[in-house]
Design a binder for this molecule. Structure first.
Ligand code: MG
Ligand code: ZN
Length: 218
């Protein structure tokens, strides 16, 4: 089928640029991760909490992906970190080329960590390598415990799972143990954190992990 051929060509081209990005990030000694989730899971809130806690410890830059607005970049900029917004104009995922162009306006040599917030979508961002070291998938308790089974590709390709909005568990039918079990069934290597960006639960543990990963970078 021609459609499949085109898809393969697009992905192969994307992988080439992702490799260039990876080389660039390595040259600057950057630890780069790609944050993915469905819309509203709390990616930007997690970033805000993270930036708050890492202030003074790590130099962080942010690439924000959004379909239509720069609202998230404005939120992140309040933390005094360099941030660049990619507006995809309806595009439902970030591609390596968009990231390559965006990071050209960031002071990479002065950074330790680069966080890429992808467009809210659990489907195609799984297939687009951006040159990151790893993907962090965020799922909120409000989305239900079957999310990993419905979007296995994303959970398979991620290295870290953040289960967010745990403060809402008393009010929701979500079984958080089942949610974690479902995710680990698809990818037993997932590193799991449970967080609430409202109460601050679990943010310190997540930031500790991030700090140790950043320290390990070549
Ligand atoms: Mg966001
Ligand atoms: Zn897409």
């Amino acid at each position: 089928m021609p459609v499949i051929t085109i898809e393969r060509k697009v992905l192969a081209k994307n992988d080439e640029v992702a490799t260039e990005n990876r080389t660039l990030f390595a040259r600057h000694g950057l630890f780069v991760f790609n944050v993915v989730s469905s819309p509203g899971a709390g990616k930007t809130s997690l970033l805000e909490r993270t930036l708050e806690l890492l202030k003074g410890a790590l130099r962080v830059g942010v690439v924000e992906g959004d379909v239509q607005t720069d609202f998230d970049a404005q939120r992140v900029a309040r933390y005094g970190v360099p941030v660049v917004q990619i507006v995809t104009n309806g595009g439902c995922h970030l591609e390596a080329k968009l990231v390559q162009d965006a990071v050209a306006s960031l002071p990479l040599e002065g950074l330790d960590v680069l966080i890429i917030e992808n467009v809210g979508n659990l489907v195609c961002p799984a297939n687009y390598d951006l040159g990151e070291a790893l993907k962090v998938v965020v799922v909120s308790t409000a989305e239900g415990d079957d999310k990993p089974l419905k979007y296995p590709g994303m959970f398979r390709n991620a290295s870290v799972l953040v289960i967010n909005k745990v403060d809402l568990l008393p009010y929701l039918p979500c079984d958080v143990e089942a949610l974690q079990r479902n995710a680990l069934q698809i990818n037993p290597a997932l590193r799991v954190f449970r967080t609430s960006c409202t109460s601050g639960d679990g943010i310190a543990a997540w930031c500790d992990w991030l700090r140790s990963r950043a320290a390990d970078r070549p």
